[in-house]
Design a protein around this ligand. Structure first.
Ligand code: PLP
Length: 404
């Protein structure tokens, strides 16, 4: 009898392929009248049938439905699916990707602790560390994303956590996660990764030594630019519990409709990401051949400095990458962007649509300077036909030439 349910899926213990996991995990049709998708429970109050049931629930508040904020079957279905996708023990869902990153860090630090954060992490995580964690006596040090095992030199007795992101936000350096994890574990520190770029499909965090994997599910998991959602997945029970308890103590939770949209997005994640990858690579190769472009920054290109590590550790690439233009004045670059019809100008990524945005990694860096001799543009290759995407960029380069 088919029932795509826990416990078989839990922890990714089954040897199913990723494309199968994303279409089956978190589904319990037999518990829902045979209906394919789990229902959306909108809940605050949960009524107990008796005092005995009330008292029993008090002893294990996370294991049954007690209150909307703690979780409902909709929340759990989403969390179960993400845990299976990431290959971890269990997931905590949160209201955004940033919320997931900050909750994951908060769960493991106390006053007097030190954490190490890659210079290439998502900018708002740095702001949280520098402006909020610092107020509570947690010190943050930033490290070169390419440090690899050299991180051993920066680890202190009080280093509790090493925060990574691979490839890096905006700058796309591929990190040697197994080397970082080995050094961190030797020093008794935990390793967290922002795994959003891979969608959980193309990088297996726990197989590479990571303890906590975070995704901005807002991006590829939701996949349609219509919801904010985050997910923290832990390798083991003893790492999952502090994250869940921190979220509960802070009153954080993801909304039921967002969890549903996350689950719904997950069903097509494998096919969407394959197309994002294909379109991204076509665009990257096309951009490489353009005379206006100095360098394309995409780990799946053999010329990319991160290519060797990407090839070793990843099984694919998403649609997010960047290109460094030759030196052009700002008005010319503005004309390029303003002339585009398919590529929207906006933040975030991971939806079905193509995006372009000027990026400034140099404004964030403190460990190692990031240098660009020209305008730097981040691209998200959407699901449109790539010949239309290229025609749109051709229009952009014509506008650039005219305004230069
Ligand atoms: C790599 C990465 N992590 C986390 C986030 C934060 O996600 P959210 O926008 O859902 O808070 C983003 C958003 O752009 C991101 O690019």
């Amino acid at each position: 009898m088919r029932n795509w349910a826990l416990p078989e899926n839990e922890g990714g213990k089954r040897s199913m392929k990723k494309a199968t996991i994303v279409t089956t995990a978190g589904r319990h049709p037999r518990e829902n009248h045979g209906i394919v998708n789990p229902p959306v429970y909108h809940a605050s109050t949960v009524l107990y049938p008796s005092m005995a049931a009330h008292d029993k629930a008090e002893g294990a508040p996370f294991e049954s439905v007690n209150y909307g904020r703690i979780g409902t079957p909709t929340t759990w279905a989403f969390e179960e699916a993400v845990a299976a996708l990431e290959g971890g023990y269990r997931t905590v869902s949160l209201a955004s990707g940033l919320n997931a990153l900050t909750t994951a860090v908060l769960a493991f630090v106390k006053s007097g602790d030190h954490i190490l954060v890659s210079d290439s992490v998502y900018g708002p995580l740095r702001r949280f560390c520098d402006e909020i964690l610092a107020r509570f006596g947690v010190e943050t040090g930033y490290f070169d994303p390419l440090i690899g095992g050299g991180i051993a030199r920066m680890l202190r007795q009080n280093t509790r956590l090493v925060a990574t992101e691979s490839p890096g936000s905006l700058s796309f350096e591929v990190q040697d996660i197994p080397a970082i994890a080995a050094a961190a574990h030797d020093a008794g520190a935990l390793v967290m990764i922002d795994n959003t770029w891979s969608g959980g499909l193309y990088f297996q965090p726990f197989a590479h030594g990571v303890d906590i994997s975070v995704q901005a599910a807002t991006k590829y998991i939701v996949g349609h630019s219509d919801s904010m959602l985050g997910a923290v997945t832990a390798a083991r029970e003893e790492l999952w519990r502090p994250v869940k308890e921190t979220a509960v103590k802070l009153g954080l939770c993801a909304g039921p409709d967002d969890c549903y949209l996350g689950l719904r997005g997950m069903r097509t994640l494998a096919v969407r990401l394959a197309r994002h990858q294909e379109n991204g690579l076509k665009l990257a190769r096309w951009l490489q051949a353009r005379p206006e472009v100095a360098r394309v920054v995409h780990p799946a290109l053999p010329q990319d400095p991160g290519h060797r590590l990407w090839q070793r550790d990843f099984t694919g690439a998403s649609g997010l990458f960047a290109a460094l233009l030759k030196p052009y004045p700002k008005p010319a670059v503005d004309a390029l962007i303003d002339s585009l019809e398919l590529f929207g100008l906006g933040y975030s990524w991971g939806g079905y649509e193509s995006l372009i945005v000027p990026a400034h990694p140099e404004r964030l860096r403190t460990a190692v300077p990031w240098q660009a001799d020209g305008p730097y543009l981040r691209f998200h290759a959407g699901l449109e036909d790539s010949s239309d995407q290229i025609a749109d960029l051709e229009r952009g380069f014509a506008a650039l030439a005219k305004a230069a």
